[in-house]
Every structure is written in structure tokens, then in C-alpha cells.
Design a protein around this ligand. Structure first.
Ligand code: ADP
Ligand code: MG
Length: 306
């Protein structure tokens, strides 16, 4: 059997020209470009918690990195480097090869170099840390929303949760297993959006984090939300408002930026929907139905909820 070091060399070590030093020493050495700030984020995927036992390793490699790149997108950062901490029950080379293929294909697409990590035997668990860059002071914080701003959402909501509920629906399952991080959108929103977050735990809950951090309220029209199509409108509503794992961006921007936001969407060929507005007052989200009445909204995902 190949050693731990041989496996790392074979499956994870690739040229890392944008790092001072990549895999192989006690630490990687990284140098941000002049005038840039670093954005650092970690996300962990645990078997039985975030994915089922026996999940396709190539899709897992994609998703483990995608959810991290999504956090950088939500900050407006450009991905540069990543580290991978991997616990594996056994040195299964077929699994590692497929996992690395999924991860490294996405890394290459977004110019992200894998510069280090840790590999150990244990219950399957994948933790990635990503490092991105952005011009100093231009990060898209959750705390920047102001009364009068518009609320926007990219792509479509609810697809991943529909895929979880009905794995037979291939298009919905693809949203769950192969999310597309909205990196280019996040970069373009620097200097345009006032606040941003990625929709990982459900639209209502994640927009709620912006409202809390900004000390503002919001009114959203359910009709305006971009929805993954489904005939069961009750299931669809639950998934659109409270379903996790979509990794779209929800963001706010001043009304004066409407044309700028529309131009960004057109340039990226990514639908951007204006779904509501920010108001003064409590950090309260009101979702209004077609009749103008407030809809009941379930909480999104919470690992430690009773
Ligand atoms: P140490 O014992 O000093 O922590 P390791 O033996 O854990 O070093 O790792 C050797 C090298 O391989 C280090 O540069 C580390 O960053 C890298 N590495 C280990 N596991 C991974 C992995 N899963 N992906 C990428 N790099 C890894
Ligand atoms: Mg180590």
C-alpha cells in the first residue's frame, strides 16, 4: 500500500505557482498582492450529517470546495489558496482519486491552489479552508444594509432542498450535489452591494443574518423570489424560503445601483431578481404573499436546534 505521503503526492500535490511555498513543508507560505486584504473561511462536511454514506466522491470533492468558495463570493473576495483536512476510514485509492478529481477541477476553474492540509484515519470528514483576496476595505459585510436599499437574489432558490426531498429529480439533485459558487458575482458586487451573504441555511434565515447585523428590517414579496420550478407549490414554498444548500447570493444595494446590478447580471448571464426592500426598525423579515398578507416562514437549518 502507498504511504500517506505518497497518497498526498499522487492525488493532491499540484504545481502552486501563486504560492511562495505549497505542499511539502511544515506550512505553506503565502504573500498577498500589495494593497490587498485576505479573506479566510473554513467549512466542514461530515458523513451522515452533510452527506449520506456512500456519496459519490467526485461530487463530494466538488461540493466541499464549492461551499467554501461560496463564502468567499459572499465577501466579494477572489479565491487564491485552499487547505484540505481529510479524515478517511481507509486509504481507498479509488475514492481519493475521484474526490481529488472533483475538488481539483473546481479549484482550477476558480484559480485556487491547494497549498496544504492534513490527512488522517477516522470517520469520513472533509474540512477545507480557503484564502481569498480583495482590495483592502472593500469586503461585502453583513452589516452594511441601510433603509431604502433593495434586496436581491441570484439564480433560483429551493432547488437543492427539492433535490433532497426528491432525489429522482435530476436537475434538483444536481443543485444539491454540485452547487455553483457565485464567485464572479461576488467580485463584481464590490463597491455596488451594501451587504451580502450566501444562501446556505435557507433564504429567510440567511437574509435574517444581514438584518440582524445591519439593525434593519426587510419586506420581501414572495412572488418576486426566483423559484426552482415544482408543481407542488407547498413543497416549493418551504424549499424556497427555508431550504438550505442553494449557495446563491442574497445581497442588498442602494436603489441608485439598480442599473449597475442589472448590468452585472446581464454581463454574467446570471439572473438577478429584485425581491424586496430594506426598512427601518427591528431586524424582522416580512414575506408577503400575492394578497399582501404576511406568509408564515419556517426557520432554516440549525445543527443544534432541539
Ligand atoms: P506535518 O506532520 O508537519 O503536519 P503532514 O505529514 O501532515 O505534515 O503533511 C505533509 C505535507 O502534506 C504538508 O505540507 C501538508 O500541508 C500536506 N498535506 C497533508 N495532507 C494534505 C491534504 N489532504 N491535502 C493537501 N495537502 C496535504
Ligand atoms: Mg499534519
Amino acid at each position: 500500500l502507498p504511504s500517506e505521503f505518497e497518497l498526498i503526492r499522487r492525488y493532491f500535490q499540484r504545481p502552486t505557482p501563486s504560492a511562495v511555498l505549497g505542499i511539502g513543508d511544515d506550512a505553506a507560505l503565502l504573500r498577498p498582492a500589495a494593497g490587498m486584504e485576505l479573506a479566510v473561511s473554513t467549512d466542514m462536511l461530515v458523513e451522515g450529517r452533510h452527506f449520506r454514506a456512500g456519496a459519490d466522491p467526485e461530487a463530494l470533492g466538488h461540493k466541499a470546495l464549492a461551499v467554501n468558495l461560496s463564502d468567499l463570493a459572499a465577501m466579494g473576495a477572489t479565491p487564491r489558496w485552499a487547505t484540505l483536512a481529510l479524515a478517511l476510514p481507509a486509504a481507498n485509492e479509488h475514492w481519493m482519486a475521484a474526490f481529488a478529481r472533483g475538488l481539483l477541477a473546481l479549484a482550477q476553474r476558480f484559480g485556487t491552489e491547494l497549498v496544504g492540509g492534513d490527512t488522517t484515519r477516522g470517520p469520513l470528514c472533509i474540512s477545507i479552508t480557503v484564502v481569498g483576496e480583495l482590495p483592502a476595505g472593500q469586503g461585502l459585510l453583513r452589516s452594511g444594509a441601510r433603509p431604502g436599499d433593495d434586496v436581491w437574489v441570484s439564480g433560483e432558490l429551493g432547488g437543492a432542498a427539492i433535490g433532497l426531498a426528491e432525489p429522482g429529480l435530476a436537475a434538483a439533485a444536481a443543485r444539491l450535489d454540485r452547487p455553483e459558487p457565485r464567485v464572479a458575482l461576488g467580485e463584481k458586487l464590490r463597491g455596488v452591494a451594501s451587504a451580502a451573504i450566501d444562501v446556505s441555511d435557507g433564504f429567510a434565515q440567511d437574509l435574517g443574518h444581514i438584518l440582524e447585523a445591519s439593525g434593519v428590517g426587510a419586506i420581501v414579496r414572495y412572488e418576486s423570489l426566483p423559484k426552482f420550478p415544482h408543481a407542488d407549490t407547498k413543497l416549493q414554498r418551504r424549499c424556497v424560503l427555508s431550504g438550505g444548500d442553494d449557495y446563491e447570493l442574497a445581497f442588498t444595494a442602494p436603489q441608485a445601483k439598480r442599473d449597475a446590478v442589472a448590468a452585472i447580471g446581464a454581463g454574467l448571464k446570471l439572473p438577478l431578481a429584485r425581491v424586496g426592500s430594506i426598512g427601518k426598525g427591528n431586524p424582522d423579515l416580512a414575506v408577503l404573499g400575492a394578497n399582501g398578507k404576511r406568509l408564515k416562514v419556517e426557520r432554516g437549518f440549525d445543527h443544534f436546534a432541539a
